[in-house]
Design a protein around this ligand. Structure first.
Ligand SMILES: CC(C)(COP(=O)(O)OP(=O)(O)OC[C@H]1O[C@@H](n2cnc3c(N)ncnc32)[C@H](O)[C@@H]1O)[C@@H](O)C(=O)NCCC(=O)NCCS
Ligand SMILES: Nc1ncnc2c1ncn2[C@@H]1O[C@H](COP(=O)(O)OP(=O)(O)OP(=O)(O)O)[C@@H](O)[C@H]1O
Length: 202
């Protein structure tokens, strides 16, 4: 197995790169998706969130009210740290399991773990290559506002809640420039695939 850690700021283009690599045959694991599984009704993580933030973060169906919780944590660093301390260990456990499963199913697999908060999380991963999708703050803000309809203040809060560009670039083995055209992003993803498809499997 060859394990790629793919990170980048919000709306930097991680999913676009991950999808392209999957088209070539990579196995994808998505931390955002695991973070949803980790807090499904009945999980210890959801119980811990309700303990910390109260029942106002629960939707009528008993699931997490993501908008309500997002409204609390992205403007309060202490609350965000408390949420991360609950969710990140659970996501790390799930990811370790999924990575191991992917390796058992196909020892020659190229596995891409899309993990937005690699810099922020306190966990170690056995990555063969760390890839950082990099677009400037203004480009990411524009995408959040224009493509996703996020209010400008919310976009600024989310970007402000994340590590800086310099912190992410410092851990990169490879940077994919996602500030240009979509075609240029995809070309770089194709080149990455050419590089790793022949990498020796562990
Ligand atoms: C606060 C929550 C409920 C908001 O949910 P929402 O559906 O609005 O956002 P979603 O989870 O889809 O995340 C979208 C993007 O927001 C950013 N983001 C999410 N959580 C965080 C965080 N803790 N710190 C900084 N940025 C974050 C990431 O760029 C992520 O890709 C949710 O993000 C959450 O539970 N976050 C804590 C868990 C976490 O760290 N998830 C990120 C991947 S491990
Ligand atoms: N050069 C580019 N590279 C990547 N995405 C681009 C580019 N130009 C425009 N986009 C658009 O920007 C958005 C990036 O979204 P994408 O879901 O790939 O980012 P992400 O980093 O996975 O986001 P999130 O952190 O919210 O999960 C998409 O709508 C994509 O079409």
């Amino acid at each position: 197995m060859y394990l790629i850690g793919l990170t980048g700021g919000i709306a930097s283009g991680k999913s676009t790169i991950a999808r392209r690599l999957a088209e070539h045959g990579a196995v994808l694991i998505d931390a955002d998706q695991l973070s949803r599984e980790a807090v499904e009704p009945g999980t210890p993580a959801l119980a811990a969130i309700v303990d910390r933030f109260g029942r106002t973060v629960l939707a009528p169906d008993g699931g997490l009210d993501r908008a309500a919780l997002g409204g609390i944590v992205f403007s309060d660093p202490e609350a965000l740290a408390a949420l991360n301390a609950i969710v990140h260990p659970a996501v790390h456990n799930l990811s370790a399991q999924r990575i191991a499963d992917a390796g058992s199913a196909d020892p020659g697999a190229v596995v891409v773990y899309d993990i937005p908060l690699l810099v922020e999380s306190q966990n170690e991963y056995p990555f063969d290559l760390i890839v950082v999708a990099h677009a400037t703050g203004p480009t990411r803000t524009k995408r959040l506002i224009e493509t996703r309809g996020m209010p400008a203040a919310e976009a600024a809060r989310r970007i402000g809640a994340q590590a800086s560009d310099d912190e992410r670039l410092a851990i990169a083995d490879l940077v994919i420039d996602t500030d240009g055209s979509l075609d240029w992003t995809l070309t770089q993803a194709d080149r990455l695939w050419e590089r790793v498809r022949t990498a020796p499997a562990d």
